[in-house]
Design a protein. Structure first.
Length: 88
């Protein structure tokens, strides 16, 4: 969840953990990510309240790319949880 220029500039990357959507509330800070989107095996939620920076060496392999709609939903969650204003 960061721009490519940031990926090239350092060893860390910003991630949003994902977990199984079963029995989880879907909210702006925990948006639904559908099975198949980005290579997800099952419906999941993004945990925007647990955003973190991790060393890219910990990333084993890329499983896929999220749709623009999912990226927008996660972005809205980050804007909400970090109390950021989105410029129009």
């Amino acid at each position: 969840m960061q721009r490519d220029v940031a990926n090239r500039a350092g060893r860390t990357t910003i991630v949003i953990p994902v977990t199984d959507a079963k029995d989880k509330s879907v909210t702006v800070i925990t948006p639904l990510l559908r099975a198949g989107d980005g290579g997800l095996a099952k419906d999941s939620v993004g945990l925007c309240l647990q955003v973190r920076a991790v060393d890219r060496q910990r990333m084993r392999k890329k499983i896929g790319f999220l749709t623009a709609a999912s990226v927008d939903a996660l972005s809205r969650g980050l804007i909400e949880i970090l109390d950021l204003e989105k410029n129009s």
